[in-house]
Write a protein that binds this ligand. Structure first.
Ligand code: ZN
Length: 269
C-alpha cells in the first residue's frame, strides 16, 4: 500500500494539477484541472480549514487508479494494479450456476449455464493467481443439485462461496450491470456482496445494480460460510449479452470479483 501511495503521489507531482478557487455561498468551490482537463465531480470540491477537500474517486480515476469502496469498514482501496491482496491459505468454492438439463436463462442462442461456466472458470483462475485454493462445484455441463453445491462448500469448510449467474429482466429491456445477492442473516455475506459488486463494477466498467438480501436462494441459505451470488449482467439486454459472451469481458468481471474477494478475506475479522 505504501508503494501505491508513493506512486500516486509521484503521479500527482509529475502531472500538472492546478487548483483554482471560486466563490460560492459560504464554501469556496474548487475547480480541479488535471493535465489541462477539468475533472468533473458529482459533489464539488471545496476548501475547509485551509485544506482542499476533493472527492477521492473522481481524482483517483482521473489518475488511472481503480477504486473499491467498503461501506462497513469505511475503507477505500486504490490500486494501479501493481499491488494485490493475497488469498494464500484460503479455500474458495466457485459455483457455476445451473448446468446439464438446467440451462437457466436462454437468450440469443446462448444458455446461461454455459456463460456461467466460462465466467466461473476465469474467476477460478484469477482466485488461484492470488493464492487461493479453489474448488468448483462443476467443471463441465452437468447437473448438480443446489443441496450438493452447498454441501460441498460446507464439507470443505470453505472461507467463501461464490455462485456465478447471469441475470434477466422481464420488465426492462435495457437493464445492464452487476447485481449481487447475500443471505440477510449474515452481516459478513452482505459485506462480501457489496465489496465484490463494487470491485466488479469498477473492473468491468458496468452499471451498479446493487447488493440485495435474497434469503430465498437455497445456495445462500444452506452454506455456512460467507456466500455471495453474482449476477454478472443481463442476458435479456442484447448489448449486454454480446458483452457477456466476450472472453475479455468475462475476464474483467472475474478479475473484479477475485479482487473483491481478496479484499474481503484480507480484511475479514
Ligand atoms: Zn441463474
Amino acid at each position: 500500500m505504501k508503494r501505491l501511495i508513493s506512486l500516486a503521489m509521484a503521479l500527482a507531482v509529475t502531472m500538472l494539477l492546478m487548483l483554482s478557487v471560486s466563490g460560492s455561498g459560504g464554501r469556496r468551490v474548487v475547480t480541479v484541472v488535471l493535465n489541462g482537463e477539468t475533472v468533473t465531480f458529482d459533489t464539488p470540491a471545496y476548501i475547509e480549514n485551509n485544506r482542499t477537500m476533493v472527492p477521492l474517486r473522481a481524482v483517483a480515476e482521473a489518475l488511472g487508479l481503480e477504486v473499491t469502496w467498503d461501506q462497513t469498514s469505511a475503507t477505500a482501496w486504490l490500486s494501479d494494479g501493481s499491488w494485490t491482496p493475497s488469498l494464500q491459505g484460503r479455500t474458495i468454492v466457485v459455483d457455476p450456476g445451473h448446468g446439464g438439463s438446467s440451462t437457466g436463462a436462454f437468450y440469443g442462442g446462448t444458455a446461461e449455464s454455459r456463460l456461467n461456466l466460462a465466467i466461473a472458470q476465469a474467476l477460478a483462475e484469477e482466485l488461484r493467481a492470488l493464492g487461493a485454493s479453489v474448488v468448483m462445484t462443476r467443471k463441465t455441463d452437468v447437473d448438480v443439485s443446489l443441496a450438493d453445491r452447498a454441501a460441498m462448500a460446507n464439507r470443505l469448510k470453505a472461507d467463501l462461496f461464490l455462485s456465478v449467474h447471469c441475470n434477466v429482466s422481464l420488465t426492462n429491456s435495457s437493464a445492464r450491470g452487476v447485481y449481487t445477492a447475500y443471505h440477510g442473516g449474515s452481516a459478513q455475506s452482505r459485506r462480501a456482496a457489496e465489496l465484490l459488486k463494487n470491485a466488479m463494477v469498477s473492473a468491468a466498467g458496468v452499471p451498479d445494480m446493487g447488493a440485495h438480501d435474497r434469503s430465498d436462494l437455497a445456495v445462500l441459505r444452506q452454506t455456512k460460510m460467507p456466500a455471495v451470488l453474482l449476477e454478472c449482467g443481463f442476458m435479456s439486454t442484447p448489448e449486454e449479452l454480446e458483452q457477456l459472451r466476450r472472453p475479455e469481458h468475462q475476464r474483467a468481471l472475474a478479475q473484479g470479483a477475485a479482487y473483491g474477494a481478496a479484499l474481503f478475506l484480507s480484511a475479514a475479522s
